[in-house]
Design a protein around this ligand. Structure first.
Ligand code: PEP
Length: 249
């Protein structure tokens, strides 16, 4: 039985004081527990100390913290980068690997994403591996080919633990959500592929991401292979994020 997993990706938003207010608000509203759902927050790097501090002791394990990216190496001369060990030291237990905005803005390849997955696991972080097709790829009928290429590469080292986020690039930050049927079709494909790749497919959480809001979450979570959400824009308002958690749990 897969427990729902709902994650907030703040991207490059919020300042320390705003992050603290957000955490206190979510903690207060989740005081009775998060229902069935597990919750992860992915703040930008400078916010990790304040978020870790504010969420410490919040129903142990209920609200976890993760880094939005990490360098594949453990340390060294990589100005501007952050290591898995530094994320763990800052209170993270998760790391996003291969978000499409990293692939787009920083030219991250499938091979680099795989190395990040390995680095995360070396330091006790659970990777949340993001994959998804662009609008052109979907229109060209190449969605499944792209997803398969990205997933096979990311899992080349046969990672022991991870979550998967299916995020169609055309749906991220656009307000254009995949329909429940379209998302389910991709999730079912990915679950079959996980099995083909020797993973315990029924146990792996596959999240949907792409313009998820309190209004469309219920239809998506009702699909059998959608196990939760990676939420960008709508997660910046803790009340919206709370509603998505409640709908999911
Ligand atoms: C994301 O950042 O992963 C995301 C899905 O963003 P949004 O919810 O804003 O589309």
């Amino acid at each position: 039985m897969r427990r729902p997993l709902v994650a907030a990706n703040w991207k490059m938003n919020l300042l320390q004081a705003e992050a603290a207010v957000w955490c206190r608000s979510l903690r207060r509203d989740l005081a009775g527990g998060s229902g069935a759902a597990r919750v992860v927050v992915f703040p930008s790097f400078p916010l990790l100390p304040v978020v870790s501090r504010e969420l410490a002791g919040s129903h142990p394990g209920d609200i976890a913290v993760g880094g939005q990216d990490l360098h594949p190496n453990d340390k060294g001369a990589h100005t501007g980068d952050v290591s898995a060990a530094q994320l763990a030291d800052a209170g993270c237990t998760w790391a996003l690997c291969g978000h499409s905005e990293r692939r787009r803005d920083h030219g991250e390849s499938d091979e680099l994403v795989e190395k990040k997955v390995e680095a995360a696991l070396r330091h006790g972080l659970t990777p949340m591996i993001c994959i998804g097709e662009t609008r052109d790829e979907r229109h060209a009928g190449r969605t499944f080919e792209v997803l398969e290429r990205q997933l096979r590469a990311a899992l080349a080292s046969r990672p022991s633990a991870f979550a998967l986020a299916y995020e169609p690039v055309w749906a991220i930050g656009t307000g254009e959500t995949a329909t429940p049927e379209t998302a389910q079709e991709a999730h079912a494909f990915l679950r079959r592929l996980l099995g083909d790749l020797g993973q315990t497919a029924e146990e792996i959480s596959i999240l949907y991401g792409g313009s998820v809001t309190p209004d469309n979450a219920a239809g998506l979570i009702a699909q059998p292979d959608i196990d939760g959400f990676l939420v960008g824009g709508a997660s910046l308002d803790p009340r919206n994020f709370l509603t998505i958690i409640r709908v999911s749990g």
